[in-house]
Design a protein. Structure first.
Length: 592
């Protein structure tokens, strides 16, 4: 996608931002008001989701109640990017001394999945359509978060999403641009076409969009919960979950996939449950970072920070070309280890403790030359080399179909989720409003690859929220959309806060860069040796230095949405709260 920066409403500042053609603002004068609060806050990639979370917090809900409410709204108002039947990895950090917990919200390949089908019939590709579908994980992830860590019912937190789906929401410029870019995918499914192509044409900014079938599905789950209310809150939540995975909805999904020649069956749905596990953790720059496990790319964030720690002396900020170079190469090293090592830990042994060890990071850092780029993905450090795709003949934009929300409550509890899987990459099941997860696109068909697909195996997911304890003791939830850019954008924002002392909003708005010198996560896993994308706001002095060092520099626009859309929520022991949302997308903050 060749998208530039999009205008969006700023819920915190109450003003509309200029488009990307306006003058660049210095970091000292952020576009959005800095989101300081004393009670609670939420940040999301759509302002309606942030507002929805804020209303739940105002009503006495905790960070998890609010995060799920906002996440469900994202499943509606950003259905082009994420969907209720998609994925939703979640991190929850309760108040007090409890450690962060991860809800591994990605489903496995169906039991009938066979990589040989793709090798034989598709040249190893995983094409769009029913065969790339994995078990939908988001419904179970949202409900599990409520049952384990929340206080409210599914019906209570889903009410705003149901209202937006039933009564409509206004299409943003970004919504319209994504539908235009992927019109063929939306048009291929009658159900998706009816929603995203009103009257059979492309939507217009400001047009009212309704998802009435999805509203009915969400209301059905809430009704099943109400019918079981006498058994208690957790049992009632289980009834809502069972209505999706074991009842009429599961039957309709399975019947549709059987009719279409897909693999997803009732037994796959009935046998699924999201794991709840401890976060993976790393320490660098005096900061403890907590991430999703190696079933995702989450640990890449910690690996890159550990690699970079010996390369960034005090006083060298990310505005310096030497620091940009050092960070880009640190990420290249981490992505090399991701490519060679990461897969579903239930099936492959991932040496995560070693990959996150500062001693290992220091050894990797010694491979970085101070003024000379690798020029390609460097060799992996802990696993046998995995064959990489040949260099791509031409650049193509990745499919960036993800959203993000984070919340902090009055008790200091934190929540972060990165729901994903839009409706353009797979069909909508008739009568349900559901587009089951197309996340199989992030598997491999090479049997030697640790992320090769197979029955019960989870794809190696890109979406990966994170938490951090900063050197001053503050706790932070953060994340972003952006496919392989996610850990890179998140790491840069974190370092701007930790090492340069920036307020969260300023750190989010600072210019960014990203190495692309590794095989992409999503099929067809294109490889672009030596490529580094850098926002034009860095200026020619930095871009020129990087070219001279041997990087293949590809300038992004000044406020390019492909650089991520980072959301941040921070709290301290005294209840001082800070939140930030990214003007690169129509995101927003609710802060009280």
């Amino acid at each position: 996608m060749g998208h530039a920066r999009h205008a969006g409403a700023d819920a915190a500042a109450g003003r509309v931002h200029a488009g990307h053609h306006g003058p660049a603002r210095p970091v000292s004068a952020p576009y959005r008001a800095r989101g300081y609060a004393t009670r609670h806050a939420a940040a999301a990639t759509h302002h309606l989701a942030a507002q929805a979370a804020g209303r739940v917090l105002d009503a006495g809900g905790n960070a998890v109640d609010a995060g799920v409410a906002g996440g469900l709204v994202l499943n509606v108002v950003q259905g082009e990017f994420c969907h209720f039947a998609g994925v939703a990895p979640i991190i929850v950090w309760p108040p007090g001394d409890a450690a962060p917990s991860v809800i591994a919200g990605v489903g496995p390949w169906p039991r009938r999945a066979d990589a040989e089908v793709f090798r034989r019939a598709h040249g190893g590709r995983i094409p769009e359509g029913v065969l790339r579908t994995v078990v939908p994980a988001a419904p179970d992830a949202w409900i599990t978060a409520l049952a384990r860590f929340g206080t409210m019912s599914f019906g209570e937190v889903a009410s705003q999403a149901i209202a937006y789906a039933r009564d409509g929401f206004r299409a943003t410029e970004l919504f319209c641009e994504v539908v235009r870019e992927f019109e063929a995918g939306f048009r291929a499914s009658p159900g998706s076409a009816a929603v995203f192509l009103p009257e059979g044409r492309l939507p217009r900014p400001g047009e009212l969009i309704r998802m009435t079938e999805l509203a009915a599905t969400l209301e059905f789950l809430a009704g099943e919960e109400r019918a079981a209310a006498a058994r208690g809150r957790v049992a009632a939540l289980q009834a809502a979950r069972d209505a999706f995975y074991r009842g009429d909805i599961a039957a309709r999904i399975a019947a549709f996939y059987a009719e279409q020649g897909g693999w997803l069956a009732r037994a796959d749905l009935a046998g699924f449950a999201v794991p709840v596990e401890s976060a993976a953790s790393a320490r660098a720059f005096g900061t403890d970072v907590h991430m999703c496990g190696a079933w995702s790319q989450g640990p890449v964030l910690g690996m890159a920070l550990v690699n970079a720690a010996p390369l960034l002396p005090p006083g060298r900020g990310l505005s310096d070309p030497e620091a940009v170079h050092a960070m880009a190469e640190s990420y290249a090293l981490a992505f090399s280890d991701r490519h060679a090592s990461f897969g579903d830990p239930d099936f492959v042994a991932v040496p995560l403790d070693r990959l996150l060890d500062p001693a290992y990071g220091a050894a990797r850092a010694r491979l970085v030359q101070p003024d000379r780029a690798f020029g390609d993905m460097p060799p992996a450090g802990v696993a046998a080399p995995i064959q990489r795709p040949a260099a791509a003949a031409r650049w193509t934009e990745p499919e960036l179909d993800t959203a993000f929300i984070c919340t902090v409550d009055r008790h200091g509890g934190l929540f972060a989720a990165t729901p994903s899987d839009g409706c353009f990459a797979g069909p909508m099941v008739p009568g349900t409003g559901l587009c089951p997860s197309s996340r199989g696109s992030q598997s491999w068909t090479d049997p030697a690859h640790p992320a090769c697909l197979g029955p019960g195996r989870r794809p190696r997911l890109t979406t990966s929220p994170a938490m951090a304890r900063l050197p001053d003791g503050r706790r932070m939830a953060f994340g972003t959309p952006g496919d392989d850019v996610q850990p890179q954008a998140m790491g840069q924002v974190l370092l701007r806060i930790v090492r340069e002392g920036m307020p969260a909003q300023d750190a989010v708005e600072a210019p960014r860069f990203a190495t692309m010198s590794f095989p992409r996560s999503s099929d067809p896993h294109e490889h672009f040796p030596g490529r580094v994308a850098i926002e034009a706001r860095y200026g020619e002095a930095v871009l020129g230095w990087m070219r001279d060092a041997g990087h293949r520099v590809a300038p992004w626009a000044e406020w390019d949405w492909r650089a991520g859309s980072v959301g941040v929520a921070i709290t301290d022991a005294a209840g001082r709260i800070e939140a930030a949302a990214d003007p690169r997308r129509p995101s927003g903050v609710s802060a009280r």
